[in-house]
Design a protein around this ligand. Structure first.
Ligand code: GLC
Length: 632
C-alpha cells in the first residue's frame, strides 16, 4: 500500500507518476513536528532492524549509524566521513520489526540521521516548507521496493550494445589517441564496444562543439569507428562557456535560458572552460532548448552521452574568487602564523561548491523566481530530463544516456555512474554496496569507474574491479588525467584481462534478460542477501556478497594480495569459476567456505535447479550469437 502526505504546494519533481490523493502531513503516522522551520519526523529501530536505501551514498547497504544528506555534491573523495555524494535518492526502508519504505519527494536538502545521534532512532529533516512524503508498506522489503518502483515508473533500458565493455579516460585528446585504444584492445583480442570522449574533444570545453584540430572530419571519423563496431560517447557538461559569438551562449542569453542572480543578471561561475552560465534546466522551455542541442552530435553519428558536472559543480564564483585574491594580496609580505596561513589556505580550498553561491542562483519556474536551494537536487536530473525527453521523442530507445547528478524520476530516462571514486581496494566494496541501494531507487543502468578514477591503479586492482564489473550493467573502465594508464593492455599479461572481459560477453544475453525483467517488473537486479534469506542472521548482515537476479549470488574478491575470499552460502549452491571460455564447477554446501579465485577468474554461485545461459564471446556485442546458448 502506498500513501501520500503533503505539506504546502510542492514543486512538481516528476518523480512519482502514479496519481494518488494527498493526505495532510498532519496525518502522517510518525512522530513529527516543525523544528527551526524544518519538518522533522522519526521512527524507532529495534536492535536487529536493517535500514536500506539512499541509493548512491557512502558506507554500507545497511545505512544505520551515520548521518547522510541529500544534497547533490561534486565531491571526489568518497570516504566514510562524507554525508553527500552526487545524487539525491530520497528513499529509505526499514526491515525487521516492521516493513515500510519512505520517499521524501523534495528537491531541497534532506538530512537522514540513521541512528547517529540516537542509536535507536532515525530522524529525517526536510529543509523545505513544501513537499510530499510517501509511505509504502508491504510484507517484504522486495515488495516494498516493487510497490515504490511501480509508483515512480519503469527504469530506463539502454541500447543492447551498452552492455558491452567500455573504455574511458580523461582524456583521449585526439583521434590518434582513440585509435590507439581501439588498436590496443583489438591487438590483445579483448572485447570492446565503446570509447569515451572526455572534455578535450570540444573546442575550449564548449558543449556541442568538436575540436577540428583534435578530430578533423568528426562525422566521417564517428562513422569509421561505427564500422569497426565502436561507439564514441562524448561528455556534456552543465556549464556553458561565457563567450560572445558561441552560439549556445548567445541563444541562452537572448532567450533568458540561463540561471539568474537575485537582481536578474546572469549567474556566472567558473568550471572547465572558465567563467560559465548555467542553463535553467528547471524551466521547461530552456530544457527543450538544451535537449535539442544534442542533435548536433547525433547528426554526426553519435548515439550515447554522459552528462557531467551537473550538481552543478562550481569551481568558483567570480565574487568568491575575487574576495579570496584580495585576502591573499593583503597577506603578502606578512608573517603568517598558524591562524593566518591556514585561513588563507581554507579560503581558497573553500571556493568550490559553496552553499552561499548556490543560494545566489535563481530559477524561473512557471513564471515565478525560485531560489536554487529549494530545487538544488533536481538540477542535474533536469539536465538529463532535457536530453532524455528529446531522445525519447526523436530517437526511441536508441541513445545511451547516463548522468553524474540524479534524483529519483531520472531513472526513467537515464542511468548513472557513481562519480569520481579512487583506485582503492575499499572502493570495490563501496561499488558493490551502492548497487542494490541504487536499484531500490529505480537506477538499474549504473556502475562505478572500474579500476578507480583518481590515483594510480595496480594491475591486480583493475582485474578484481573488472571481475565485479562483469555483472554491473554499465561496465566502464575510467581514470583521471595524470594517473597511471589503466586500459586492459597497459599492464602486460593481457590474457588475464581478456579472460575476465570475455566472461562478460558470454553472460550478456543472460544479464540483459535480467536487466529487462527488472525494468519491466519494477524489480532489483542486485539484492542484499537478507531480502532472500530473512531469517538467516549471517545473510542478514552480509555486506560483501549480493544476490543477482533470481538464480545467482556474486562474491567478488576485494582485497589485495589474497588468493581468494571467504564466502557465505545461505543454501547449497554450485560455484562456477568462469575464465575466458573455461568453466570450472563445484558443488558447495550451505555454510562458510574459503574459495580460491585467480586474478583471471570470475566466481558465480548458482542456486539449485537453475541454469545459466552462456554464449560464445566476441570482440563486439554486435557479433554475439545470442541465440546460440549453452547452459551451465
Ligand atoms: C569529472 C567527472 C570525470 C571526468 C572529469 C573531466 O571529474 O566526474 O568523470 O573525467 O570531470 O571531464
Amino acid at each position: 500500500m502506498i500513501r501520500k502526505f503533503r505539506l504546502g504546494h510542492p514543486y512538481d519533481t516528476n518523480a512519482v507518476i502514479l496519481p494518488l490523493e494527498a493526505e495532510s502531513v498532519e496525518d502522517f503516522p510518525f512522530k513529527s513536528g516543525i523544528n527551526d522551520g524544518c519538518f522533522e519526523f522519526s521512527f524507532f529501530m529495534q536492535k536487529d532492524d536493517i535500514v536500506y536505501g539512499l541509493g548512491e551514498a557512502v558506507r554500507g547497504i545497511n545505512k544505520r549509524g551515520w548521518i547522510y544528506e541529500s544534497y547533490c555534491s561534486d565531491d571526489p573523495f568518497h570516504t566514510e566521513s562524507k554525508r553527500s555524494l552526487y545524487a539525491a535518492h530520497n528513499f529509505i526502508m526499514l526491515d525487521g520489526s516492521g516493513c515500510f519504505g519512505i520517499f521524501v519527494d523534495c528537491p531541497a536538502r534532506v538530512r537522514w540521521d540513521v541512528g547517529y545521534t540516537q542509536t535507536a532512532e532515525t530522524k529525517i529533516t526536510v529543509f523545505a516548507q513544501a513537499f510530499d512524503i510517501y509511505l509504502i508498506t508491504a510484507d517484504s522489503p522486495r515488495e516494498v521496493v516493487r510497490e515504490f518502483r511501480s509508483a515512480i515508473g519503469k527504469s530506463y533500458v539502454p541500447p543492447f550494445w551498452a552492455f558491452g565493455y567500455q573504455q574511458s579516460r580523461w582524456s583521449y585528446h585526439n583521434a590518434e589517441a582513440v585509435d590507439r585504444v581501439v588498436r590496443g584492445y583489438d591487438e590483445a583480442k579483448i572485447p570492446l564496444d565503446c570509447v569515451y570522449l572526455d572534455i578535450d574533444y570540444m573546442q575550449s570545453f564548449k558543449d556541442f562543439t568538436v575540436s577540428e584540430n583534435a578530430f578533423p572530419g568528426f562525422k566521417e571519423y564517428v562513422s569509421a569507428k561505427k564500422e569497426q563496431g565502436i561507439h564514441l560517447i562524448p561528455i556534456i557538461d552543465a556549464g556553458i562557456k561565457k563567450e560572445e559569438g558561441y552560439e549556445i551562449y548567445d541563444e541562452g542569453i537572448k532567450n533568458g535560458y540561463f540561471c539568474k542572480n537575485a537582481e536578474g543578471s546572469v549567474f556566472e561561475a567558473g568550471v572547465w572552460p572558465g567563467v560559465c552560465a548555467f542553463p535553467d534546466f528547471l524551466n521547461p522551455e530552456a530544457r527543450r532548448w538544451f535537449g535539442s542541442k544534442y542533435r548536433y552530435l547525433i547528426d554526426m553519428g553519435i548515439d550515447g552521452f554522459w552528462n557531467d558536472m551537473n550538481e552543478p559543480a562550481l569551481f568558483y564564483s567570480v565574487k568568491g574568487l575575487n574576495a579570496a585574491i584580495d585576502e591573499a594580496v593583503n597577506a603578502k609580505g606578512k608573517n603568517l602564523d598558524l591562524g593566518g596561513f591556514f585561513h588563507i589556505k581554507d579560503v581558497f580550498a573553500g571556493l568550490s561548491n559553496r552553499r552561499e553561491d548556490y543560494s545566489s542562483i535563481w530559477h524561473s519556474i512557471d513564471g515565478k523566481m525560485v531560489n536554487h536551494q529549494e530545487v538544488h537536487n533536481l538540477y542535474g536530473a533536469c539536465m538529463t530530463r532535457a536530453a532524455g525527453e528529446y531522445f525519447a521523442e526523436n530517437y526511441g530507445g536508441k541513445i545511451l544516456m547516463f548522468s553524474r547528478a540524479s534524483y529519483i524520476g531520472a531513472h526513467r530516462t537515464a542511468g548513472i555512474w557513481f562519480g569520481d571514486n579512487h583506485s582503492w581496494w575499499s572502493h570495490i566494496l563501496l561499488n558493490l554496496k551502492m548497487l542494490p541501494s541504487a536499484n531500490m531507487c529505480g537506477f538499474l543502468y549504473c556502475g562505478a569507474d572500474l579500476g578507480g578514477f583518481n590515483d594510480n591503479a595496480t594491475r591486480d586492482l583493475v582485474l578484481r574491479f573488472l571481475a565485479l564489473g562483469v555483472f554491473t550493467p554499465l561496465m566502464r573502465n575510467h581514470s583521471a588525467l595524470g594517473t597511471r594508464d589503466q586500459e586492459c593492455y597497459s599492464f602486460g599479461g593481457a590474457d588475464d584481462f581478456r579472460d575476465i572481459i570475455e566472461v562478460r560477453y558470454r553472460l550478456i544475453p543472460y544479464l540483459y534478460k535480467i536487466f529487462c525483467g527488472a525494468s519491466e517488473n519494477n524489480d532489483l537486479i542486485f539484492r542484499p542477501l537478507s531480502f532472500d534469506y530473512p531469517g538467516d542472521k549471517i545473510a542478514r548482515e552480509c555486506e560483501t556478497q549480493l544476490m543477482l537476479g533470481d538464480d545467482c549470488m556474486i562474491a567478488p574478491v576485494y582485497e589485495q594480495n589474497v588468493s581468494g575470499r571467504t564466502v557465505y552460502l545461505p543454501e547449497d549452491m554450485r560455484l562456477l569459476k568462469l575464465s575466458g571460455t573455461r568453466v570450472e564447477s563445484a558443488e558447495l554446501k550451505k555454510g562458510i567456505h574459503y574459495i580460491d579465485v585467480a586474478l583471471n577468474e570470475v566466481p558465480l554461485f548458482v542456486k539449485k535447479g537453475k541454469k545459466i545461459p552462456l554464449c560464445q564471446p566476441a570482440l563486439r556485442t554486435r557479433d554475439l550469437k545470442t541465440d546460440e546458448l549453452e547452459f551451465v
